[in-house]
Ligand binder design. Structure first.
Ligand SMILES: Nc1ncnc2c1ncn2[C@@H]1O[C@H](COP(=O)(O)OP(=O)(O)OP(=O)(O)O)[C@@H](O)[C@H]1O
Length: 256
């Protein structure tokens, strides 16, 4: 039997002040005997300008949480507020617009367009949203991720860490309310992974962005201000100012 850590459920802050707030969010895949309860009533609030890591055993609902929080998928029940907007009530068109402009995504596999330069990859979300890219702002974002000198390079001409930096710049270019990262260091070696984590920390501390990152790695989680632990679709624990050791210890007890 899976042992759960003490259940500490965050009281949702006023939905209007949180970058993200979930209220009683459930997600069921399939029906009847086949039904999988991926989220079983998640309540939480994430402060603007904070860095949050989401951890939990395989199958605990981390990706489902990320998808529901980011408007990539609709919850079966409950409410998701993104900077005060209840996204469950939005039409498909509005939800697509929200995904393009108010949230940013960084994935393990970078997901850059190989035929485009770093700068063109970064401006892609703006073009998709029908906005003319502001050159000064695009340069600024490329500078924030340390790629001012690589703007004209294509992904194949960049290292894995540089490609992930392009992906981070692309995620930030629309000035999103939240940047979601799904195992952003999963495809990188340890040293490069740490550099990317340092960059995520920096965009929070220096530029006030809000980052929510799913990870399996306790060291990655230790870069966050707070770790949320999911088990069997529930938020079962949180850890403030986490050390890698404390996170690893919590995980061992959850998986034991
Ligand atoms: N599209 C789907 N259809 C049916 N079941 C699904 C679907 N997506 C996820 N699940 C199930 O929901 C549960 C939660 O999955 P989820 O991918 O959110 O977990 P996770 O914590 O991200 O796992 P991992 O760490 O292995 O990536 C699992 O039991 C999974 O099998």
């Amino acid at each position: 039997m899976r042992k759960h850590a003490t259940a500490v459920i965050d009281a949702p802050a006023g939905a209007g002040t949180a970058a993200i707030a979930l209220r009683g969010v459930t997600k069921v895949y399939g029906r009847g005997d086949e039904a999988v309860h991926a989220l079983r009533g998640v309540d939480l609030a994430i402060r603007p300008g904070s860095f949050t890591a989401v951890m939990g055993p395989s199958g605990s609902g981390k990706s489902t949480f990320l998808h529901c929080a980011a408007g990539l998928d609709r919850p079966t029940g409950g409410q998701v507020f993104l900077a005060g907007t209840d996204i469950a009530g939005l039409s498909e068109t509005k939800l697509t617009e929200l995904r393009r402009t108010r949230v940013g995504f960084v994935f393990q596999a970078f997901n850059l367009v190989g035929s485009l330069t770093a700068e063109q990859n970064v401006t892609l979300p703006l073009r998709l949203a029908g906005t003319r890219p502001d050159k000064k702002w695009v340069r600024e974002v490329l500078g924030r991720v340390g790629l001012a000198q690589r703007a004209g390079h294509r992904p194949a001409q960049l290292s894995g860490g540089q490609q992930q930096r392009v992906a981070i710049a692309r995620a930030l270019v629309t000035r999103p309310d939240v940047l979601f990262a799904d195992e952003p260091t999963g495809a990188l070696d340890t040293k490069t992974g740490r550099e990317v984590l340092g960059l995520l920390r920096e965009v929070v501390d220096t530029f006030g962005h809000t980052v929510v990152m799913v990870t399996h790695d306790p060291v990655a989680a230790s870069y966050a201000d707070r770790v949320l632990f999911l088990a069997d679709g529930r938020l079962v624990d949180t850890l403030e100012n986490p050390s890698a050791e404390a996170v690893a210890d919590r995980m061992i007890h959850m998986e034991g």
